[in-house]
Design a protein around this ligand. Structure first.
Ligand code: PAF
Length: 281
């Protein structure tokens, strides 16, 4: 597996692969890889001739009070996992390789970014769209793989690709969970054992909400209230939001009568913010 830190190294490999008529799959990550990422890499491996994993903690998607400095990193472990899964190249640039002095060009998707996580993380999705656009240009990938755990991110990237005519197919992949239901996340490592156990209430609440929707409940507020009250029954959980939005426009719905995303963000003990969701198509 090639380890590249420079954009030009990636481009040189991409040029060779394209010349040989090979397809390229991109898995964009911020590293500290877990089984959720592994499932994306495996799918890319099955569907594309060459697989690039980007491993870059993108500073411009973190707000001033967020966890950029402490975000977990273990590049050697990431390399072992990617190599084991048959990735061809891991791209691990320094921030100043991605953002040159005087960097002033940003990509954003307006309305889809204002609800859900966009409310408490106002610059986040512009940072995501900007880095993802750069990665699409650098890798010239045919397909890029994103997890449904960040469902808003997935919807925003899909819309950006459609609106700006990027030549790439965005593939959404199901949430991977621990055996007990907790959604896999690099941020789970911030939880101590007790918080980790208590975080299970999030999946339990969403499971109850999903049962209500699937058995015909149309009143979005009733579903949201049920989910919220289950989560809040655990005193160390503070709900940032519980929201039901339509799965295309990400706008709030009162009545459930089409594809919906039910998404939550929850602070555990005021220090770790976890997200999770369910989608009913
Ligand atoms: O989902 C992530 O890990 C990041 O937001 C992404 C897509 C790699 C962009 O930095």
């Amino acid at each position: 597996m090639i380890r590249a830190t420079k954009i030009d190294e990636v481009k040189a490999n991409v040029r060779e692969w394209k010349k040989a008529g090979l397809t390229i799959g991109l898995v964009p990550t911020m590293g500290y890889l877990h089984e959720g990422h592994a499932s994306l890499i495996e799918r890319a491996r099955r569907e594309c001739d060459k697989v690039i994993v980007s491993d870059f903690v993108n500073p411009i998607q973190f707000g001033p009070k967020e966890d950029l400095a402490t975000y977990p990193r273990d590049f050697e472990a990431d390399c072992r996992l990617c190599e084991g899964l048959g990735a061809d190249l891991i791209f691990h640039p320094e921030p100043d390789e991605m953002y040159l002095d005087g960097f002033h060009s940003y990509v954003g998707v307006d309305t889809l970014s204002t609800e859900l996580c966009g409310k408490s993380r106002p610059i986040h999705f512009n940072g995501v769209c900007t880095v993802v656009s750069k990665l699409f240009n650098i890798t010239e990938a045919d397909k890029a793989y994103f997890g449904e755990k960040d469902a808003q991110q997935l919807a925003i990237v899909k819309r950006m690709v459609r609106d700006l005519n990027f030549n790439i197919e965005i593939v959404g992949c199901p949430i991977i969970r621990e055996e007990d239901g907790l959604a896999k996340s690099s941020r789970n490592t911030y939880l101590n054992e007790d918080e980790r156990k208590k975080a299970l209430i999030i999946h339990q609440a969403l499971t109850k909400g999903e049962q209500m929707v699937r058995s015909g409940e149309k009143d979005a507020n009733k579903v949201k209230e049920t989910v919220r009250s289950i989560i809040e029954s655990e005193p160390i959980c503070r709900v940032d939001y519980v929201e039901i939005v339509d799965w295309n426009e990400l706008q709030k719905v009162d009545t459930i009568d089409g594809p919906i995303l039910t998404a939550v963000a929850v602070y555990m003990d005021e220090k770790v913010r976890l997200i999770d969701n369910f989608i009913v198509e």
